[in-house]
Write a new protein. Structure first.
Length: 348
């Protein structure tokens, strides 16, 4: 079992302290590409898995024990808080998440409520179970969506290509947008607090779709809410990763919004991105997840290229630029863990 047992490697890297080798974990490391996950998923819906702490803990644990990564991300879903606020959530086969009666007007927002006591407790309970099992050998990452990305699902009612309804609400009803964002900041701050209280040693804020905005709109519609959430998260005393995709034009603004670590995707060069956000903040990324399908030689070349760009500077956490895709060969994911560990240990 390649179980890593490097409890503080990841946390030290988040704080830009020196490490013997570069820590690595993967967004969506627990998912459909794993046979163990598919077996459980055949018997339970995704929401059942997320809402049953023993099952969510089991998925988190078999994943890290199999992969030998340096951090465990709690198995949950970004949309749970929307459901806890009163929206009906369903995962439709082949279509992804569907939230019925999306938020388009003041009446829709008025229907939302703060999560009832205990509504999101399943995530904290799963974190507690994982921490107990790991006994401090690996850090557990808690997470939530950033206000923009979560709001986009609540407004679109599901996944979107153009974010038409989201932008329409933002541009045409800015006061309503601000009100929605403020509500989300409150709910998500409490949610993160409960995760840290349960034992999460780091947090990641997923602003997965914020790259659909230009800098001016980011500054007006996104930065204030995200900064408020990140300020609250950082006050919890654990390192906070601020992640987005398609953010090449937004990196400086994301840095301004906050976080101890900025997560970047493959559309930017890691060294270039790091220079732009400044070497006084840590960076996470940024292998293109589709490379995991390819020949191992090419994969190794690209992994080493990223590590050379990081140049052994303290504060790099190796990850993909976005999540592991369904159908990814498991052996290639295992190979990347080994490549990162081996190459970074010999060049550190
Ligand atoms: O990273 C991990 O291993 C932890 C688990 C995790 C899940 N979702 C479980 C999941 C995490 C961190 C998420 C975050 C999440 N969920 C995000 C942000 C990260 C990203 O990829 O940008 C977003 C946008 C969501 C919303 C969501 N949930 C989408 C768009 C989908 C895909 C729908 C589909 O059918 O492809 C999901 C489903 C989901 N969440 C799955 C898993 C393992 C797969 C669905 C299944 O098992 O049927």
């Amino acid at each position: 079992m390649p179980y890593s047992e490097q409890s503080d490697l990841f946390l030290r890297a988040c704080r830009r302290q020196p490490v013997e080798r570069t820590p690595v974990w993967f967004m969506r490391q627990a998912g459909r590409y794993l046979p163990e996950y598919r077996a459980l998923r055949a018997r339970h819906s995704l929401l059942e898995l997320c809402r049953t702490p023993e099952l969510a803990a089991e998925i988190t644990l078999f994943t890290v024990k199999k992969l030998g990564v340096d951090a465990a991300i709690i198995f949950a879903d970004l949309l749970l808080p929307a459901q806890a606020m009163g929206m009906e959530l369903e995962f439709v086969e082949g279509e992804g998440p569907v939230l019925s009666e999306p938020i388009r007007a003041a009446e829709d927002l008025a229907r939302l409520h703060l999560p009832a006591d205990g509504e999101l407790r399943c995530v904290a309970e799963a974190i507690r179970a994982v921490c107990t099992d790991l006994g401090g050998k690996l850090p557990v990452i808690g997470f939530c969506g950033a206000p923009f990305t979560l709001a986009s699902y609540m407004i679109e009612g599901g996944a979107s290509r153009d974010f038409l309804e989201t932008k329409r609400l933002m541009f045409h009803q800015p006061a309503l947008w601000d009100e929605l964002v403020n509500q989300l900041v409150k709910v998500l701050s409490d949610f993160l607090r409960s995760q840290v209280a349960a034992g999460a040693a780091a947090l990641q804020i997923f602003d997965s779709w914020v790259g659909c905005l230009g800098p001016e709109d980011y500054r007006r519609y996104v930065l204030p809410g995200t900064r408020a959430l990140l300020t609250n998260a950082c006050a919890l005393g654990v390192p906070v990763i601020h992640f987005g995709t398609g953010t090449a034009s937004l990196l400086e603004l994301m840095r301004e919004a906050g976080g101890d670590v900025i997560g970047v995707d493959w559309r930017v060069e890691l060294d270039d991105a790091w220079r732009r956000i400044g070497h006084d903040v840590a960076i996470q990324g940024n292998l293109d997840p589709t490379l995991l399908f390819g020949p191992v030689d090419q994969l190794r070349e690209r992994v080493e290229r990223i590590l050379r760009q990081a140049a052994g500077r303290p504060g790099h956490i190796f990850n993909l630029g976005h999540g592991v895709l369904p159908g990814t060969p498991v052996e290639n994911v295992l190979s990347v863990v080994e490549m990162v560990h081996r190459f970074s240990a010999t060049t550190a």
